[in-house]
Design a binder for this molecule. Sequence first.
Ligand code: SF4
Length: 257
Amino acid sequence: MRIGQSVLKLACLDGQPEIFYSIQGEGRTAGTPSVFIRTSLCNLHCIWCDTDYTWNWEGTPFVHENDARPGYRKFDKKTWIKRCSIEEVVERVLAYPARNVVLTGGEPLMQQSALVALMHRLRQCDASYRFEVETNGTLLPRAEFEAVIDQYNVSPKLTNSNNPARLRERPAVYFYFARNLKAYFKFVVAQPSDVQEVLCLQERYGIAAEKIWLMPEGSTRQKLAHRRRWLVEVCKIHGFCYTDRLHVQIWGNRKGV
Ligand code: SF4
């Protein structure tokens, strides 16, 4: 593998690649100290996305709920993408004590080759590195990616995301992850009709209930509080797991935490 030639396009915050040390805030490994690497670029455009600086570029037609907010502007692609060599990313990750690494985005599976190179390089430094990837469930992992990843956090998007169904629901990918022992599904739920959609997808793709996490939609504490109690009851009825958004609870709607 020609590691030296691989380049990762990462989200850029204050001129630096978005690589930070925190706890996993959502899903099966919530609470685990982790190093986060946020890739830029996404092939979907969720209306409530809280990492819109990875895809909502100037000159694109995509709508976002923040459009109504005074002062909200689309993002300049050059400013918000940081191109990094694998060695630079490795150096930054090694500076943190955690060995759980979360590859997040954007949509990380758009950059599989570079991420495979990164994972191999980190494991050369310390074999105990463990890798999770957060994906929107629209892209199939390649064999070399499957071979090194430890966990998929698959978050299929529902109608509430405002993406057309033909873009967000890829049957071959859903079937792949439904049968993959490393994969867990996390659905963002805002209202009762979302639960009906989850149940339809569960049946259509044969997703085991114990592989499903439901998470309230919301990037503020108030929104999460409003939906939490109702959603926990939904989980109890259907045998799904509930996940909160710990980072929002602790830090609010802040980037890089
Ligand atoms: S798939 Fe994820 S990163 Fe992409 S727009 Fe939706 S929420 Fe944002």
